[in-house]
Design a protein around this ligand. Structure first.
Ligand SMILES: Cc1cc2nc3c(=O)[nH]c(=O)nc-3n(C[C@H](O)[C@H](O)[C@H](O)COP(=O)(O)OP(=O)(O)OC[C@H]3O[C@@H](n4cnc5c(N)ncnc54)[C@H](O)[C@@H]3O)c2cc1C
Ligand code: SF4
Length: 289
C-alpha cells in the first residue's frame, strides 16, 4: 500500500474545499471498498479526507424519510422508521455483504462502491474503467457475472450495490452539498467513458438520501439470486413494490417486458431467463408480503 495523508475536518464545506485543493485526494467513509482498492493498487489517492462523521442520522421529515450519508448500513437497515415504512430497503441492505461490513459501510459509500469485475481488481489485466484506453478484459473474457443491459464495447461491468436497486424502486433522491439528483439519473452507463460512473463533480459530497413517502410498504420484496447464499454479489436482483388497485398485474408479461431488450454476452445468456423468473418471484413475494 502506498503512503497517504490522513485529513480530518469538521464540516462538509471544508471537506469539499480540501478535495478541490488536491485532485489526488479521496473522501473516506467506512473504507470497506476504498481501502480494499488501495491495497490492490487499483486506487492510489495520496490523501484521504475523513467524512465518516459529517452527515449522520435518520429522521422523518415532510414528504418522507431522510437517511444521512454517514449513517451506517446496519443502522439504516434496522432503523424502526425504515423497517416500518421502507421494508424493501431494509431487505436489500441486509442481503448485501456481511454484518461486519455493514457495521462499517455508510449509505453514501454504498452508492459509490465500484464494480466487482475481477478484471478491474487485477492490475495485470486491461481495464478501461481502471485505466482508460487499455481495453476491456471481460468483453471477450469470462463474463458470466457481467451485464445483459446497458453495456458498451468499452465496458460490460455491472454495478454491485443491493441498496441502490431498492432505492431506484423507491424513487429516492440523492442530496449533495451542491444539489439534488434523482437516483435514476445518478449513475452513468459506461458508454465511451466507463471511468466516469456517476454525476458527481470534483469535491462534491453526498450528504443524504431522501425517500419520498410511498404506497409500497405493504407489498414489497427484494429478491437477490447469487451463486451462494451469503457473502456474494448478485447475479440478478429485483426490488418489487406493488400498489394494488383491484386487478393483479400479469407478472409474467411484466417480466417479458422488462427483459425484452437484454443483450447477453458469451457466458451470461442464462441471466435472461433467471431475470424473468426472479421478477415473477419478487412480485409474488411482494403480493403475499
Ligand atoms: C467482502 C465484501 C462483500 C460485499 N458484498 C456486498 C453485497 O453483497 N452487496 C452490496 O451492495 N455491497 C457489498 N459490499 C460492498 C459494501 O456495501 C461497500 O463496500 C460499502 O457500502 C461502501 O461503503 P463505505 O462507507 O465503506 O465506502 P468507502 O469505501 O469509504 O467509500 C467508497 C467510495 O465512496 C466515496 N464516498 C464515500 N462517502 C462519500 C460521500 N458522502 N460523498 C462523496 N463520496 C463519498 C469514497 O471516496 C470512495 O470512493 C461488499 C464489500 C465487501 C468488502
Ligand atoms: S468490464 Fe469494465 S471493469 Fe471489467 S474489465 Fe471491462 S472495462 Fe474493466
Amino acid at each position: 500500500m502506498r503512503p497517504f495523508k490522513f485529513t480530518t475536518t469538521n464540516s462538509v464545506a471544508s471537506a469539499s474545499t480540501l478535495a478541490l485543493q488536491n485532485k489526488q485526494a479521496k473522501f473516506l467513509a467506512g473504507g470497506t471498498n476504498l481501502i480494499d482498492l488501495m491495497k490492490e493498487d487499483v486506487e492510489h489517492p495520496d490523501e484521504l479526507i475523513d467524512i465518516s462523521q459529517l452527515s449522520p442520522g435518520i429522521k422523518m421529515q415532510a414528504g418522507g424519510l431522510w437517511l444521512g450519508a454517514s449513517a451506517k448500513n446496519t443502522e439504516t437497515a434496522n432503523h424502526p422508521l425504515v423497517r416500518q415504512h421502507f421494508p424493501l430497503l431494509s431487505q436489500a441492505i441486509l442481503a448485501g455483504a456481511s454484518a461486519q461490513i455493514r457495521n462499517m459501510a455508510s449509505n453514501g459509500g454504498n452508492l459509490l462502491q465500484r464494480t466487482r469485475c475481477t478484471y478491474f481488481y487485477d492490475v495485470a489485466m486491461p481495464c478501461n474503467k481502471r485505466e482508460p484506453g487499455s481495453g476491456c478484459g471481460a468483453l471477450d473474457g469470462i463474463n458470466r457475472m457481467h451485464a445483459i443491459f446497458g453495456w458498451s464495447n468499452q465496458c460490460v461491468a455491472v454495478y454491485p450495490s443491493d441498496m441502490a436497486v431498492a432505492l431506484l424502486a423507491l424513487n429516492a433522491k440523492i442530496h449533495t452539498d451542491k444539489r439534488t439528483i434523482a437516483i435514476a439519473d445518478f449513475h452513468r452507463l459506461p458508454g465511451e467513458h466507463p471511468e466516469i460512473e456517476n454525476l458527481l463533480q470534483p469535491g462534491e459530497v453526498i450528504t443524504g438520501i431522501e425517500l419520498p413517502n410511498n404506497a409500497f410498504a405493504a407489498h414489497s420484496a427484494y429478491v437477490k439470486v447469487r451463486d451462494r447464499h451469503s457473502y456474494a454479489f448478485a447475479l440478478v436482483s429485483v426490488a418489487a413494490g406493488l400498489q394494488l388497485q383491484g386487478t393483479l398485474a400479469n407478472f409474467k408479461a411484466a417480466a417479458e417486458l422488462a427483459l425484452k431488450d437484454a443483450r447477453p454476452l458469451k457466458h451470461n445468456a442464462f441471466k435472461i431467463e433467471l431475470g424473468k423468473r426472479t421478477i415473477v418471484a419478487a412480485l409474488e413475494q411482494a403480493l403475499n408480503a
